[in-house]
Design a protein around this ligand. Structure first.
Ligand code: NAD
Ligand code: ZN
Length: 345
């Protein structure tokens, strides 16, 4: 079969590789129908995630058809169409019991990280009973791929951890696929105002189409001053960081209102400066974390909702064997006006 293999920082190859086989009775082999590329894959290629070994097949998102099932698998059979969760979880260990699937004793984010991932013709999914989801009849498969990672990430780590409530004024710093997923899923809770912040005018335009009430373009406007003006000097109830650099975390610290929340979603490679000398008196909360995907079954039930339609995030489509071109487009998202790419078998 063909797979996208990480060869070390800056190097990747679309190569012939052995098909995965069942290693444990709880495994399933899935034939990939649709997959995508994540900002995190680009982080890996930059060398930001040293736990990924050369030779690893990348990818942690996708939908497919069950090809083979291990003897202990009860929820799935050959021929079933499934959604692959980016987080693998056994469902039985103490952390899984409290829905902290990201910290499963025998899972977590391992796909396309510690084990071979979904940017391939076939993938092995451990603990399949708990890590795959049956696909509702007639569901839009492109929309479903957005539910492997980015939609639960935006909802759990941005909206839920940020305690977004009806009527709140929220700001999302970063209008990439994850920030856009925060924008879409925050609308389940009817915030009064959603301010999207990015330097890319095309992404801000898309954000307005997806329900942002206000946008601020980094570089051409003073972000903090604009937010303070919009909120009569009070700041926002929830400031959500969806980039992963010190500057954007700093923006969140400066725009959060008294009694508010800072929800950090971005993956950081460098320390940030915490302005506790200004924040201690403001009665705020700061949260962060890795997606658990515990809300995926709920998100699956919202798929018919036209307003919060994750298929809107797909801008480019390729065949699976156009993987290298798809990476090139996704890595140059601003130039290509790309948000999410879909690769189909
Ligand atoms: P992306 O790189 O596609 O998007 C980032 C966006 O931020 C871009 O639109 C870019 O223009 C904008 N940006 C860059 N610098 C900025 C600045 N100074 N001010 C405002 N905007 C700025 O990334 P993505 O796929 O949307 O992911 C966002 C972050 O979320 C990444 O760090 C990713 O690794 C992380 N992530 C976290 C989890 C989790 O479980 N916590 C899961 C998935 C992804
Ligand atoms: Zn577990």
């Amino acid at each position: 079969m063909k797979a996208l293999v990480f060869r070390g920082p800056g190097q990747k190859e679309w190569v012939e590789k052995d098909r995965p086989t069942i290693l444990k009775p709880t495994d399933v082999i899935v034939k990939i129908s649709k997959t995508t590329i994540c900002g995190t894959d680009l982080h890996i290629l930059k060398g930001d995630v040293p736990t990924v070994a050369p030779g690893r097949t990348l990818g942690h998102e996708g939908v497919g058809i069950v090809e083979e099932v291990g003897d202990a698998v009860v929820n799935f059979k050959t021929g079933d169409t499934v959604l692959i969760s980016c987080v693998t979880s056994c469902g039985k260990c103490p952390n899984c019991k409290r829905h902290l699937y990201a910290h499963c004793d025998d899972g977590g984010w391992i796909l396309g990280h510690m084990i071979d991932g979904t940017q391939a013709e076939y993938v092995r999914i451990p603990h399949a009973d708990h890590s795959l989801h049956p696909i509702p009849a007639g569901a839009d498969e492109e929309a479903l791929v957005m539910l492997s990672d980015i939609l639960p990430t935006g909802f759990e780590i941005g909206v839920q951890y940020g305690h977004v409530k009806p009527g709140d004024t929220i700001a999302v710093v970063g209008a990439g696929p994850v920030g856009m997923s925060v924008l879409l899923t925050a609308q389940f809770l009817s915030p009064g105002r959603i301010i999207m912040i990015d330097m890319d005018p095309a992404r801000l335009e898309l954000a307005r189409q997806f329900g942002a009430t206000d946008t601020i373009q980094v570089g051409s406007e003073d972000v903090v001053a604009r937010v303070m003006e919009m909120t009569h000097g009070k700041g926002v109830d929830v400031a959500i960081e969806a980039v992963g650099v010190p500057a954007t975390f700093d923006t969140c610290q400066k725009i959060v209102a008294a009694g508010g929340n800072i929800a950090n979603v971005g993956v950081h490679g460098k320390p940030v400066e915490l302005h506790i000398e200004e924040l201690w008196i403001k009665n705020i909360n700061i949260s962060m974390g890795l997606v658990n995907t515990n809300t995926t079954p709920m998100l699956l039930k919202t798929l018919g909702n036209a307003r919060v339609d994750p298929a809107k995030l797909v801008t480019h489509r390729f065949k699976l064997d156009e993987m290298m071109t798809a990476y090139d487009v996704f890595a140059n998202a601003a130039r290509e006006k790309a948000m999410k790419v879909i690769l189909s078998a």
